[in-house]
Design a protein around this ligand. Sequence first.
Ligand SMILES: Nc1ncnc2c1ncn2[C@@H]1O[C@H](COP(=O)(O)OP(=O)(O)O)[C@@H](O)[C@H]1O
Ligand SMILES: [Mg+2]
Length: 479
Amino acid sequence: MSRRLEIPMPSEKQKLFLTDTHKYICFGGARGGGKSWAVRVKAVLLCEQFPGIICCIVRKTYPELRENHIRQLRQMLRCGSSDRYASYNDSEKKITFPNGSVILFRYLDTESDEGRFQGTEVDVLFIDEATQQPEQRWDILRACLRGVNQFPKRIYLTCNPGGIGHEWVKRIFIDRRFRDTERPEDYTFIQSLVTDNAALMREQPDYLDQLRSLPPRQREAWLYGNWEIFEGQFFEDFRPEPDLVAAEAAGCTLSKAELRAQRRWTHVIDPIDLSHGEPRTWNILRSYDFGYGKPFSCAWWAVDYDGTLYRILELYGCTETPNEGVRWTPDKQFEEIARIEREHPWLKGKRIEGIADPAIWDASSGISVAETATRYGVYFVPGDHKRIPGWMQVHYRFQFDENGYSRLYVFSNCRAFIRTIPLMMYSKTRPEDLDTDLEDHVADEVRYLCMSRPVTPLREVPKKVIISDPLNMFQEREY
Ligand SMILES: Nc1ncnc2c1ncn2[C@@H]1O[C@H](COP(=O)(O)OP(=O)(O)O)[C@@H](O)[C@H]1O
Ligand SMILES: [Mg+2]
């Protein structure tokens, strides 16, 4: 154990973080701002300087710990080699320094993980990606900060806007709305955006492009560190009418009617006849969200040879008169679905792939809904029901390319989609998610479908920027 440890240069924002002395410091607030790097370096510097302290790095899952911290720290501290600076014990998930200081790696995701924290005592806690943790975990973690030594106790958090912990992190560190038990002078927030991370901008300049091509709200949050965005209408990117402003911004001066006829900068289009020609050969999919006592939602989709989705038909639990169909039993629903598939000219004779909420395979109350469906010759595969990635897929589908073409269209006869999608609002308690108290059955079924055929976000059309204005260069010269 010899050679000195080399620590690369921190960015300006990381320097602020490394030198700040508040008891609770929240660092980052955006993607790629060098948060995990700062956590690792701060933990090492503290361990070097203060013999016998216990640091603990917390992340939601073990794979995240391994990929963001353990691997890098083992390498930085040369844990396996003969001139190691510190040693790593894999079964204890712990790095020990020669002076007795340690870094523990702990994951915190489930209730049983919470239990393991109860007996833990640490001097310094790092909660990486704190917005992935609900507020009760903040209380559990704070309670671990104790011990009889003289070392001052500290908690360092990193975060992005969004996630289940958005509200509590925002309350304390962004809005600074403190409770009686919290001393404002203990808390500080240091913002670091990807653009503050010179190392990343240099090594991986296209990471910035990736953040730029996110749907608008996510981009505001992750690229610019805006915390105020997850409110209001959830699908503001859905365009039931051609978007003249977007068309004009892209240099297109067609009228609304012309844009609509060309299916540009709009998501709702006049039906295409799918019984003839090439459209007759397009694959047909069916998406389904079960409901009984609340609306069920079933839709049929055509997929063209570019992979563009067209919502062509739908059967919704309450269409014409309020609540009509809401009491349709599963049998009645699948009987009707089977009939439509047998008789409708766009569907009859086609092999139809069905995608549904995995919950319909639940047979705890006897026969499952999926099994009932098979009795009518209606088959499904279980969809992926991850919510946030699913909504991202729907947003990606709504993006327009530079010519105004979308990757998802809705025939104008699909009234439940056109009526309910604009009604969706952001959840008040789970940012990035939608409010599940609303009529979200179409949205759910669309989400399962989009998740079954994921796409990557479209790149933003690069705007022309004059990078070096000769006049400025002239002014900047020193004479
Ligand atoms: N000061 C630095 N010097 C060298 N590389 C850095 C520095 N800060 C961050 N990086 C690198 O930039 C990338 C993103 O940093 P990371 O800490 O993972 O960001 P975040 O956790 O905020 O998403 C990583 O590859 C990391 O190693
Ligand atoms: Mg990170």
